[in-house]
Ligand binder design. Sequence first.
Ligand code: UDP
Ligand code: MG
Length: 340
Amino acid sequence: MNPENLRPLHADQRANALISIVIPMYNETACLSSLFDQLVPVMEAIRHSYEIICVDDGSLDDTVNDLRCWQSRIPNLNIISLSRNFGKESALACGLDHARGDAVIPLDADLQDPPELIAQLVDKWREGYDMVVATRRNRPGDSKLKRNTASCFYKTMNRFSEVELPPHAGDFRLLDRKVVNALKDLPENTRFHKGLYAWVGFSTFFIEFERPARSGGTTSWGYWKLWNYALDGIFSFSTAPLRLWSYMGVATACAGFIYAAYILFRTLLLGIDVPGYASLLVLLLVTNGSILIGIGVVGEYVGRVFSEVKNRPHYIVNSIEPAAVESRVLDDKVVRSVSL
Ligand code: UDP
Ligand code: MG
């Protein structure tokens, strides 16, 4: 890591800093006008220079064309289009890689991360915190099932993983340049950002907010996708499942030995007892089932090692349409992203 990256900005430097807003987008035409109607006045009011980076994650609707129309009205709007849908985590990684700000704020396009909180995030950053996290006090916009599964996920993660995830904190937070550079230095392909933010550390302040419902469109996170996301989190940040299966193996083996001793003594005391089909079958099923689940858990890790070893980029940039201002810097980044 370049030691320059670690040098903190002084409070007066933070006052003149550039703020980057990074917005991953997938099929968000329904949300764009309300998003920019709220975001731009907030950014104008905080009296910092700013850039907005919209990462189009292979949308199938008119998101990119609509963004181009907005670009003529918002001079510092940059559009990065990915070559296909890579998923929110990859789109966010792309935005963080291309953001130039001294502070970077990832934001959802659907106004579930209210832009009016940005001023508070920036204020706390100017007080000296390196990460200012907006946590959801409650989430009336989400179904009860989603709230319960989310809370179950955070409990499991915090019980077993090497990092402590603040419950109900998403990507909506302010990241100082130091934090962004630390994130960019992490080489892994499975980008589970919530875990990565916690892993890199730095001084953190939490503010709370009520998470509203989507402003338009529909969520692209079904339960199956959320389940896979949760598995990514657990398997990327914990080896507890592997350890659990070692304990299960020990427990099954102990039970097997006890049962074997019981059969042995019974046979010695009562003679040979031919019937035993049912107990044998039960034993076979239980042990084979446990072995298969154990192999499945090992497979999860092997699969992740496989995808890490291939070392493919997290995303491929199709085009970058820089803002009217500062286009040269983003052009430099086109060169960097092509040489990924
Ligand atoms: N998103 C994305 N790629 C995807 C799915 C979602 O860039 O494959 C973006 C989406 O446009 C939004 C943010 O990620 O800006 C959060 O997505 P969504 O609102 O669907 O998730 P939820 O808030 O329901 O968790
Ligand atoms: Mg949302």
